[in-house]
Design a protein around this ligand. Structure first.
Ligand code: SDX
Length: 392
């Protein structure tokens, strides 16, 4: 149900819930996680530390972080029967289709942690989801290219483990490149949580009925897949590649402004940000760092930079307050690291799992929590009497 409430900085809004995890000021382009600015977390923290912060409300000390990472690391393996589950998919299944299916199937595996009234059950389900998403995502990629699925290596970091499971092969040692690990970890931080976006609201609504937590996260994955939401990172890079060269940018800007054309600039605009998405700022900087570390470049980055420049100087985009969002540059980095575009949204889902889980925990552990029940404005016919078929 929606409610009216006033909160700092002194403006009122209709809202679906109270939450203390993430604050966004769309006009100012501010994003805070438990009060900490995203730019500082992206620069100085780690995805595991931000995960702890979102789940527990405070940054961990060294012991707390070590204990958390130890726990997460020891839940990274997938049950062997679950690995068989992949065999049912076509090799060319989209990784998000596989993620939906496999995460949903977790609800059929862990009967020992789905009593949501039990805080310990809620905790272990949360840790299992955060821990297994890299293994599930990497396995989806391996399955699609016909390579053997890699087992986790607990001697690596959360993100290093994911890179090795994705790009490593049993026949060779895999060397995690520190700059790539740092960039990947930062990308996970930038995607961790984002207030009541469509997929998080989906998880909360599904969870409000007391449904199995694994099934609720599968519902969030399904919602994130859409090109208007998490699917935009894949669509944005495909768009930049289709534009190909800067001289073709005006044609696409014209299409985006044409009301009769359904085309929109992917990675641009946002329901809440009416200023530059602070995550896009960090993302653009990270492109340069990854290019330098890998000694690569990609002409698509120049297209992205010039497209941004032209759009931000075009009255249509200025008047409608349309700026690059988190999805505009992320694909350039992910492509440089070696991911195919089909994996981009799966990586978003991997990172957003901690946000979904933290928001689910916040909702389900509220003693006043009630089932979500949005209402509608009825636009159908007024009441009328049934007419037997012979008289129609
Ligand atoms: C994410 O909610 C979240 O927090 C999501 C997210 C998260 O972390 O969870 O931030 C992740 O989903 C980011 C958004 C990724 N999607 C895209 O990049 C797809 C392209 N963007 C658009 O589809 C659009 O901007 C949305 C879906 C993001 C927002 O849609 P809205 O709410 O309809 O946008 P709006 O109300 O601000 O639009 C205002 C006007 C509209 O025109 P008018 O009706 O006023 O004539 O701007 C137009 C829109 O048609 N517009 C665009 C545009 N985005 C909005 N025109 C051209 N290109 C665009 N990208």
């Amino acid at each position: 149900q929606s409610g009216m409430f006033t909160y700092d900085p002194g403006f009122t809004s209709t809202a679906s819930c109270d939450s203390g995890l993430t604050f966004i000021d769309g006009e100012e382009g501010v994003l805070l996680h438990r009060g900490y600015p995203i730019g500082q977390l992206a620069e100085d923290s780690s995805f595991m530390e931000v995960s702890y912060l979102l789940l527990n409300g405070e940054l961990p000390n060294k012991t707390e972080l070590d204990d958390f990472e130890f726990t997460i690391t020891r839940h990274t393996m997938l049950h062997d029967q679950l690995r068989q589950f992949y065999q049912g998919f076509r090799r060319d299944a989209h990784p998000m289709a596989i993620m939906c299916g496999v995460v949903g199937a977790l609800s059929a595996f862990y009967h020992d942690s789905t009593d949501i009234s039990d805080p310990d059950h809620r905790k272990i389900s949360s840790h299992r989801l955060i821990a297994k998403m890299p293994t599930i995502a990497a396995a989806a990629y391996k399955y699609s290219i016909g390579q053997p699925m890699m087992q986790p290596d607990n001697s690596l970091s959360y993100t290093g483990n994911f890179l090795r499971m994705t790009f490593g092969v049993p026949a060779e040692e895999y060397e995690v490149i520190p700059a790539v690990e740092k960039a990947m970890d930062r990308i996970f931080i930038l995607h961790a949580d984002h207030e009541q976006n469509a997929s998080t609201s989906t998880v909360r609504l599904a969870g409000s009925s007391g449904a199995n937590p694994f099934a609720c996260i599968a519902a969030g994955i399904a919602c994130l897949w859409g090109p208007a939401h998490g699917g935009a990172n894949e669509a944005a890079l495909n768009m930049l590649r289709e534009i190909g060269t800067p001289d073709r940018i005006p044609e696409y800007i014209a299409r985006a402004k044409n009301k009769d054309d359904p085309f929109r600039l992917m990675g641009f605009g946002h329901r809440v940000y009416k200023n530059y998405d602070p995550r896009a700022t960090v993302m653009q900087k990270t492109v340069r760092e990854v290019f330098d570390a890998l000694k690569v470049t990609d002409p698509v980055f120049d297209v992205a930079l010039q497209l941004e420049e032209m759009a931000l100087n075009d009255p249509y985009f200025v008047d409608k307050k349309l700026f690059p969002n988190v999805d505009f540059y992320s694909g350039v980095i992910l492509s440089a690291i070696g991911f195919p575009t089909e994996m981009f949204t799966a990586l978003f889902a991997l990172a957003r799992t901690v946000g979904w889980v933290a928001q689910w925990n916040e909702m389900i552990s509220d003693p006043g929590q009630r089932i979500g029940r949005p209402r509608q404005l009825y636009t159908g016919p007024a009441q009328r009497d049934y007419v037997p078929i012979g008289q129609r």
